[in-house]
Design a protein around this ligand. Structure first.
Ligand code: MLT
Length: 265
């Protein structure tokens, strides 16, 4: 890992390989390590950049609300800091996808293609946003264990939970190493994020949409509908996977990304 300064503080980033750059942006409340299987596979032929978002992993916590736009700004600054000024493939999962909308909106010239995993364009309903703010307060009062209890059962498919204790252990450890202040800051940013549904019709880069078949947070039917609103987007449903499809079924996810990249690079 190297550490680079951006306007919101210090970001830890894994950058390796040569070729077309792929930026892997993780979900909440995880770290770059959720992409380990993609980093291994793609850094043989591509320049892979996998940061810890502000407040996660080796990146420092920032203000009390981390907006998706501020993260997109940090990603743009980070790319420059690791000497990537050409167009990138932006691959984001869930919160990483929410950041992708903001990156498209502000930095379209630096975007070659999008890979959107287990994410959505819609904003939170008022009830969902209120639930996130309440969760932020609970986590601040009682610790990161609260996030583990609230989220773990919804992140992974039943198959992963039963057959892959090593994946469950990795996800637990990513969640538990995140500080309550970082979680609260991200939850406030998630609750406050804008609706990006209108943006879908404007997307003019090649796009691949992936979704775990058993995703409870961003269900496959909703993602398929979202993909249909993006001109020419490909949609792939990933079997034996929940919300964390790249971690739960890396073989299917990697081969879908590999096939897609052949059509864009
Ligand atoms: C994520 O994986 O980033 C979160 O599930 C996002 C969300 O809760 O909307």
């Amino acid at each position: 890992m190297q550490h680079v300064a951006v306007s919101n503080g210090m970001i830890g980033v894994l950058a390796q390989g040569k070729g077309t750059p792929i930026l892997f942006v993780h979900g909440f409340p995880l770290t770059h390590a959720m992409w380990n299987k993609q980093v291994d596979a793609f850094s043989r032929r591509y320049r892979v950049i996998a940061p810890d978002l502000p407040g996660f992993g080796e990146s420092h916590v920032t203000g009390s609300t981390m907006s998706m736009e501020a993260i997109a700004d940090d990603m743009h600054a980070l790319l420059h800091a690791v000497f990537v000024d050409q167009p990138i493939v932006f691959c984001g999962l869930s919160m990483g996808g929410y950041v992708a909308w903001q990156f498209f909106r502000k930095y379209r010239a630096q975007l070659k293609a999008l890979v959107l995993c287990d994410t959505k364009a819609a904003a939170d309903t008022p009830e969902a946003a209120a639930g996130r703010l309440k969760l932020a307060e609970d986590i601040l009062a009682r610790g990161s264990q609260v996030a583990l209890e609230a989220m773990l059962p919804r992140l992974l498919s039943a198959n992963t939970a039963q057959e892959h204790p090593e994946i469950v252990a990795d996800v637990r450890s990513m969640i538990l190493r995140t500080s309550p202040a970082s979680m609260a800051s991200a939850l406030r940013g998630l609750a406050d994020r804008p609706d990006c549904t209108e943006l879908l019709g404007q997307i003019d880069v090649p796009t691949l949409v992936l979704c775990g078949q058993d995703d409870q947070i961003t269900p496959a039917a909703e993602m398929k509908h979202m993909a249909q609103a993006i001109r020419g987007a490909q949609f792939v449903e990933v079997p034996s996977a929940g919300h964390l499809s790249p971690l739960e079924n890396p073989d299917v996810v990697n081969s879908a990304i590999q096939g897609f990249l052949k059509t864009v690079s």
